[in-house]
Design a protein around this ligand. Structure first.
Ligand SMILES: Cc1cc2nc3c(=O)[nH]c(=O)nc-3n(C[C@H](O)[C@H](O)[C@H](O)COP(=O)(O)OP(=O)(O)OC[C@H]3O[C@@H](n4cnc5c(N)ncnc54)[C@H](O)[C@@H]3O)c2cc1C
Length: 463
């Protein structure tokens, strides 16, 4: 039985926080979601600019978590558009399907280069079979996973440019939590395993499948979080936008969160709560606690950093620009270009298209600001890739997030652990989601994290 007199505060209204609220309101609990954005969805929303919707990087829902997927489909109804995954990688002058397939590698790479990569992989696996070693950083982890030649050719510069950090200064955890597995490499590893040379220690993540249905909408990514927020409100929950959490008030006697303060339209407000699920960036949670946590937790919070993103949403006077949903680029001013119209986005005027050009940056740098020089570099790279010409671009809309990607810098793990231990010491506080757990879930995994946090909160309230 739920106790509707108990109030749960959910901090952050991205997929994780919204889904936590969905689970709680469905079970009859009183919930308030506080989100600083002007619309629900966090990173997974879209922004309306001059009559068109622009995603913060193309966001499509995977079907992997059946229970969540079916629930979302029910909430979205006819707004959901199923679309076949059609992603590509631009590499050494050719296009490869993403995820990378053995067949395509054999076709696209000349025989001697391919032999060189396979030999490199063979040497890396042989080495880790003879002398088991634990990689000290992501450079070593990548070499162990893909071999030296493939690391040098593909991953080294790409990783460095993407993060602004050399792979030797990134933690090996980055590889196990963020790098997608390459099925072509998996296949070669299977051959090597047959002759007794087994894969050890490092394993990258399963991300997309070649034959996969994704879900999108006519208004882009925004539809899914909007539908979840509506379902939460239909069950009596509150989703409050433009509400920035400024203080998490902890009772000095019980050591429990008793209220959350937030700022909305210039006004400071307070919400009393019995449980608190936070999905805001974990360092901010620590820095906004009242009273503040011990000094070593605050020091750790200063060490935990995120990589900001600047997304260039371009309205282009061309009906279609790329032959895919999105394409990854290795050596351009951007690392991915998506064309959401190819997944069903409605574009005005209909004979135009929209490109979502993704870049990583630093707050306030040239990419963040969108200087003329950066725009020029982007346009000339788009032209060089035959995507569109400068003259085709009729509008540039720049979207930002300060918390695009958690940075797994060397040595971040013990710092993160210090903050997480402090959170655990507060009996009615949980931290979850991409920003809250400082990890890389897709939307369905972030929602699963939200559902688990909701279940844990309900179990405590029942006990
Ligand atoms: C470029 C890019 C493309 C992606 N594409 C896909 C994709 O195609 N498919 C997929 O499944 N996943 C994709 N993802 C991952 C997806 O964005 C995340 O899984 C998802 O957004 C995580 O949800 P979350 O709620 O944990 O975090 P977020 O979406 O980051 O939500 C956190 C929320 O907290 C709020 N907040 C922060 N601070 C405060 C504060 N002080 N007070 C109040 N509110 C606050 C923010 O406004 C935000 O709404 C992509 C990610 C990126 C960066």
């Amino acid at each position: 039985m739920s106790d509707s007199s108990k109030h749960i505060a959910v901090l952050g209204g991205g997929p994780c926080g919204l889904y936590a609220a969905r689970v709680l309101t469905r079970a009859g609990y009183a919930v308030t979601v506080l989100d600083k954005g002007d619309r629900p969805g966090g990173l997974a929303t879209s922004h309306l600019r001059n009559g068109n919707w622009y995603d913060m990087g193309c966001h499509m829902l995977h079907e992997f978590d059946k229970e969540i997927y079916e629930d979302i489909m029910e909430m979205m109804g006819e707004e959901s558009i199923p679309v076949q995954l059609d992603a590509k990688i631009r590499w050494a002058g050719s296009f490869y399907r993403y995820p990378l397939q053995p067949k395509d590698m054999l076709r696209g790479i000349d025989f001697f280069t391919l032999c060189y990569y396979v030999l490199g992989l063979f040497a890396a696996q042989l080495r880790s079979n003879l002398v088991p070693w634990v990689p000290k950083n992501s450079e070593e982890a990548l070499i162990m996973l893909y071999g030296h030649p493939l690391y040098e050719f593909f991953f080294k510069d790409f990783t460095h440019r993407y993060w602004g950090i050399h792979p030797s200064e990134l933690s090996a955890t980055f590889v196990t939590q963020k790098m997608p597995r390459l099925s072509a490499v998996d296949m070669i590893k299977k051959w090597l395993a047959k002759v007794g040379i087994k894969d050890r220690n490092v394993r990258a993540v399963d991300s997309a499948l070649l034959e996969e249905t994704l879900h999108y909408s006519r208004t882009g990514a925004e539809s899914m979080p909007r539908c979840i927020a509506k379902a939460v409100e239909a069950k009596g929950g509150n989703v409050i936008q433009n509400a920035e959490v400024t203080r998490i008030v902890i009772d000095e006697v019980t050591h429990r969160v008793k209220a959350v303060r937030y700022r909305q339209n210039g006004e400071d407000l307070e919400l009393a709560c019995d449980e608190c699920i936070s999905t805001i960036p974990i360092p901010h949670l620590a820095q906004r606690a009242d009273p503040l946590p011990p000094e070593e937790v605050l020091v750790a919070a200063r060490e935990i950093r995120y990589k900001p993103i600047a997304i260039y949403g371009l309205l282009v006077n061309k009906p279609k620009c790329i032959d895919a949903l999105y394409i990854y680029y290795r050596d351009r001013a951007f690392h991915r270009v998506g064309e959401p119209k190819n997944a069903g986005l409605k574009v005005e005027p209909p004979d135009h298209s929209i490109l979502i050009v993704e870049t990583t940056c630093e707050i306030g740098d040239e990419k963040w600001q969108g200087t003329d020089e950066i725009k020029e570099r982007i346009f000339s790279d788009l032209e060089a890739e035959n995507i569109c010409t400068r003259d085709d671009v009729v509008q540039v809309n720049i979207l930002h997030s300060e918390n695009g990607y958690p940075i797994f810098a060397l040595g971040f793990e013990p710092q993160l652990e210090k903050i997480k231990s402090w959170v655990k010491s507060i009996p009615n506080l949980q931290t979850a989601g991409r920003q809250g757990a400082f990890t890389y879930p897709n939307m369905h995994s972030a929602m699963r994290m939200g559902a688990r946090a909701a279940e844990a909160a309900m179990a405590r309230l029942r006990s």
